[in-house]
Ligand binder design. Structure first.
Ligand code: HEM
Length: 392
């Protein structure tokens, strides 16, 4: 890492109240003494490695295609080991609380526009400055087609945000289980990519620790921003939003002992393991340019300068500088003053519509449409297990 980017990383840490060495993987252990950086998903990984090596992946993808709703029976034509795994894993954990999950779904509906904005422009762009994630996404097969990949990632968020996401008629449990299989295949495939091996600082990607880091860039980050923006939330809403994410990361194969039990615990874990890791990479810069270019293809009713400044507003100038986002100072002022007033008006805390109201409103609506259309894909893009890596 260059001195300049190291300085940026350090100042980001300082701005967030953290003194840390950028680029180093922080020490981490659960109460039981296990380190999540060294835990993967043994059973799934063995199954997927066998399938990749035997050429069985395409047949499994075909068999899994019509399997969509949580309540759907498991399709035929799956190898015995995989079928047995899915029968065990394709259900909610015993500690899942249906009332909390229903409340979370209702919360997602009530706050949907903020969530679309924060997941899309906040978490989506943040993923490009999480070096391990950026490198693995870039060098895996999906990295070659960001449009398709973005659509699949939207599917995950969309299925999670649906009203009946965890009910038999919802799709989230199946989507999460398919994603878990994809991650298993990626753990076997990426170490064979000479490009990934040359760039990565690890032997096997997507450990439990990495998945938790990504959760913090999604759930923990969004929760903190909603508080920071004074978006009204009841304690029960906050708890339900956390619970939905606890169930989601369990379904992705994270051991229960690592899952934060409270937002305070999640915030502390995020400060320890996410913030110090943030740093630019060549791969991440290209992914961010692709993602922002994709967003700019849709008419969001705002200029590219406004979009860049919104990313800076949400993620900090340090991140904006890493990604080389050109400045638009007029848009920056409009966002800094107009956005808090827009939220206050929208939430009934301000009697008169502030300047810029319609601009922000149109922007939010356009982002919501983008999200509800499942990215830029006109049809739902099924999640499929990759059979190779991104070619050079
Ligand atoms: C694939 C979600 C964590 C790397 C996917 C897919 C989804 C997803 C929905 C399937 C869509 C696709 O094939 O593109 C998530 C969620 C996570 C998480 C919700 C955590 C909360 C991670 C982490 C890494 C990672 C930590 C790496 C450090 C990848 C890669 C693919 C993938 C490389 C395969 C892309 C391809 O098809 O080539 N993930 N993921 N994911 N994920 Fe994740």
């Amino acid at each position: 890492m260059s001195n300049l980017s190291r300085r940026n990383a350090l100042s980001l840490g300082v701005a967030l109240g953290l003194a840390s060495v950028a680029g180093a993987v922080p020490a981490w252990a659960s109460a039981a003494g296990t380190d999540p950086w060294w835990v993967w998903d043994d059973e799934v990984d063995t199954l997927m490695a066998g399938l990749v090596d035997s050429g069985g992946v395409p047949a499994v993808n075909t068999a899994l295609r019509p399997w969509v709703n949580n309540g759907d029976p498991l399709p035929g034509g799956l190898p015995d080991g995989l079928a047995a795994h899915l029968r065990r894993a394709n259900r909610l954990p015993s500690w899942a609380d249906p009332a909390k999950l229903r409340r979370a779904a209702d919360f997602n509906r009530r706050k949907d526009t903020y969530l679309f904005l924060l997941y899309g422009l906040g978490s989506g762009i943040m993923s490009t400055v999480i070096p391990r994630e950026a490198r693995s996404v870039y060098w895996s097969a999906g990295g070659a087609n960001m449009q398709d990949r973005a659509a699949k990632t939207f599917t995950f968020g969309y299925d999670l945000s649906e009203l009946g996401a965890f009910e038999p008629s919802g799709q989230f449990v199946v989507t999460a289980n398919k994603t878990r299989l994809v991650h298993g295949a990626v753990r076997h495939l990426l170490p064979r990519s000479p490009h990934w091996r040359a760039a990565a600082d690890e032997q096997v990607p997507i450990s439990n620790g990495d998945i938790l880091v990504t959760f913090h860039s999604l759930g923990t980050f969004v929760h903190r921003k909603l508080l920071e923006w004074h978006v009204p939330m009841s304690a029960a809403d906050e708890e339900a939003f956390l619970h939905q994410w606890q169930v989601a990361i369990h379904l992705l194969g994270v051991r229960d002992e690592f899952i934060p039990q409270t937002w305070a615990e999640a915030d502390a874990q995020s400060a320890h393991v996410l913030t110090p890791l943030l740093a630019p990479t060549a791969e991440g810069k290209e992914l961010a340019a692709d993602l922002l270019g994709l967003t700019a293809q849709i008419d969001l009713g705002v200029t590219r300068g406004f979009l860049n400044e919104f990313v800076r507003y949400v993620l900090s100038d340090a991140v904006g500088d890493w990604l080389g986002l050109p400045r638009d100072y007029a848009a920056a002022v409009l966002i800094r003053t107009g956005w808090p007033a827009y939220i206050a008006f929208r939430e009934g805390l301000l009697p008169i519509a502030p300047a810029g109201f319609y601009l922000f409103d149109q922007f939010l609506r356009a982002l919501a449409m983008l999200f509800l259309n499942k990215g830029t894909s006109p049809t739902s893009t099924p999640i499929t297990i990759p059979t190779g890596n991104r070619p050079g």
